[in-house]
Design a protein around this ligand. Structure first.
Ligand code: NDP
Length: 293
């Protein structure tokens, strides 16, 4: 295939396909650098733009993106839930977790919403030969990331998912919503003071925002002593080595950082948009460079 040439496309067509990332705030969001690197590596004629869209501007922004012919994009906080009402079709995962992080324009011009966060998380485990089927998993948090991960765990038939959140009402609502979808048993634990991660937990997922941009912050939890059977995962990707993961390592846990999830959820989106699977090392490298700035 002839290499994509931006100047040639500008003068003779076809114009590149356009993709967006919308959220507020979006400064500090490295997705554009990661996706454009992947487009280049695939020689895919696409451009990706990061746009700050406030809550009040979400509806007109989406009509504008449709009018401009955007081929898809990513949605980040605070729009992951509210964007659902403006889409034409939703995946099973998006319906279950009531959140969309990835939009694709289909051939008939309709916009399809999916959620790749949970699938990206699961991939970051399976690519290291770590499985969740029939395992007991504790999730700290009940926000967007926790909801997407819990949904994927239920669809992957984890044995038990224990939801633990500062605001217990949110974890109860999530547990209720996901109960009965698969054989996975859902329960809720209280988080008062220091939460002691149960000694029979096989996977613990730090899915709160604690630690983001803050290497000295950690959720208030204690790890079982010298537990080398426990897999500890963090969704926070900047810093990559969070204090939560460092403490988990000290307790003997196997650790999985949030960078793998970030790359994988991006790769799944790019696969939907381009039909091709970008290699992850280049995408990871761009992120590491961005985080070092
Ligand atoms: P939300 O705002 O939806 O949820 C935040 C969660 O963090 C809530 O459960 C909240 O609890 C909890 N929380 C916040 N502060 C504290 C605290 N001091 N102590 C205990 N719990 C706290 O955010 P998201 O779920 O969308 O994002 C969470 C994190 O996941 C972010 O850091 C985000 O960057 C990261 N993320 C990573 C991805 C990746 O690919 N690696 C993908 C998506 C997100 P409460 O309900 O009580 O307020």
């Amino acid at each position: 295939m002839e290499a994509y040439n931006a100047l040639h496309a500008l003068m003779k067509g076809p114009l590149p396909s356009l993709y967006f990332c919308i959220g507020d705030p979006v400064v500090g969001n490295p997705t554009e650098a990661m996706v454009e690197q992947a487009f280049r590596s695939l020689d895919f004629p696409g451009r990706y733009l990061t746009c700050r869209v406030t809550k009040e501007e979400l509806a007109p922004a989406l009509w504008g993106l449709r009018a401009l012919g955007f081929a898809g994009g990513n949605v980040t906080a605070p729009h992951k839930q509210t964007v659902l009402q403006y889409l034409d079709d939703l995946s099973e995962t998006a319906l279950l977790c009531k959140a969309v992080n990835c939009i694709t324009r289909k051939g008939d011009g309709t916009y399809y919403g999916d959620n790749t966060d949970g699938k990206g998380f699961l991939q970051s485990l399976t690519e290291r030969n770590l499985q969740v089927k029939n395992k007991k998993v504790v999730i700290l948090g009940a926000g967007g990331a926790a909801s997407a991960i819990a949904t994927s765990l239920v669809l992957a038939k984890a044995g038990e998912v224990v939801l633990v959140n500062r605001t217990e009402e949110r974890s109860r609502t999530l547990a209720k919503r996901l109960s009965g979808i698969s054989p996975t048993v859902l329960s809720v634990d209280r988080w008062v003071g220091t939460y002691a991660i149960p000694s029979d937990a096989e996977v613990v997922v730090q899915a709160t925002s604690v630690g983001l941009f803050s290497p000295s912050a950690c959720v208030d939890v204690s790890f079982p002593k010298r537990n080398n059977a426990l897999i500890a995962c963090d969704v926070v990707f900047n810093p990559v080595q969070t204090l939560f993961l460092l403490r988990a390592q000290e307790s003997g846990c196997t650790t999985v950082d949030g960078l793998g999830m970030l790359v994988n959820q991006g790769r799944l989106a790019i696969e939907m948009w381009t039909g091709k699977n970008p290699e992850k090392e280049g995408m990871k490298g761009v992120l590491e460079e961005a985080f070092s700035l």
